[in-house]
Design a binder for this molecule. Structure first.
Ligand SMILES: C[S@@+](CC[C@H](N)C(=O)[O-])C[C@H]1O[C@@H](n2cnc3c(N)ncnc32)[C@H](O)[C@@H]1O
Length: 264
């Protein structure tokens, strides 16, 4: 009969036992335990470090992706505005007056002549896609203080979406008091105009200023940009004092801003 030999696993024998319970053996065993514990600690520490680095890298990637996404959507919006402008210009070149929206630099220069500390509404005529509106808000004029008069229904729809708390009035800025009837609760502290004034005869431009000033508080500015070298509001006999800015070169084409006030 064949005998079966079983292989038993070797019994775990402590270092101290193998070294005959000597003092050296116990010390060695203690040291091995300490080293093993140190190793476990080091591994845990390394894991924590790896997790921290991973978290940092992940949040940096997330931030960069978010920034990139918002840049892409800004660029898309800008391209959309350019396209809307070109379409509007093709439909009605004289009324649109420009093939491209004003640059942020020109819009900021216009807004810089409005004092945000003065309480009361601000009228904007010819806001188009809203670059000047945005600059006014950036300057510190609350959206709800803005009364926007725009002729194009398409631009009005866009403005209502972009500035839901502003008052958007679709109508003719050259008949300002009629267009604003019921929309202006108190006199305005400023009027900002981007109308292509030179497409209208001098008498119409003079009439616009005459109609605008009674809708504003005393000393309020009528702010107008132009690509031309001469004053868009005829000055002779107007009773207006005027200031003109230097050329804003970061705009296509370069433009200047005229600020008119009643001379009294
Ligand atoms: C030169 S674009 C300026 C648009 C915008 N403010 C900018 O700076 O990019 C002139 C704007 O005035 C508007 N507009 C022209 N005639 C108007 C009128 N009689 N009443 C109201 N808006 C008018 C046009 O539809 C257009 O949006």
């Amino acid at each position: 009969m064949a005998s079966t030999t079983r292989h038993r696993p070797p019994r775990a024998v402590s270092i101290a036992a193998r070294l005959g319970q000597s003092r050296v053996g116990s010390r060695l065993e203690g040291e091995v335990r300490v080293t093993a514990a140190d190793l476990v600690d080091s591994v845990a520490e390394a894991r924590l470090k790896v997790a921290a680095v991973r978290y940092k890298v992940e949040s940096e990637v997330r931030n960069k992706t978010q920034k990139l996404r918002s840049r892409v959507s800004e660029a898309k919006a800008k391209l959309g505005d350019e396209a809307r402008f070109i379409k509007s210009w093709i439909d009605d070149p004289l009324r649109t007056g420009s093939v491209t929206p004003s640059s942020p630099a020109l819009a900021r220069r216009m807004a810089s002549f409005v004092d945000p500390q003065k309480p009361g509404p601000v009228i904007e005529i010819g806001p188009g896609t809203g670059p000047v509106t945005e600059a006014l808000i950036e300057r510190g004029i609350g959206e709800e203080r803005l009364v926007l008069v725009e002729y194009s229904p398409e631009f009005c729809d866009l403005l209502r979406k972009r500035f839901p708390r502003a008052t958007v009035v679709q109508g003719d800025a050259y008949a300002l008091s009629t267009t604003l009837a019921g929309h202006l609760e108190e006199k305005a502290i400023a009027l900002v105009s981007s109308l292509p004034l030179f497409n209208r005869p001098p008498a119409t431009r003079t009439a616009l200023a005459r109609e605008a000033f009674p809708l504003m508080v005393e000393g309020a500015p009528f702010i107008q940009f132009t690509y031309s070298v001469i004053s868009p509001i005829p000055r002779k006999g107007s009773g207006l004092k005027a200031f003109v800015s230097d050329w804003v070169l970061r705009n296509i084409p370069p433009a200047r801003v005229w600020v008119y006030r009643q001379a009294n």
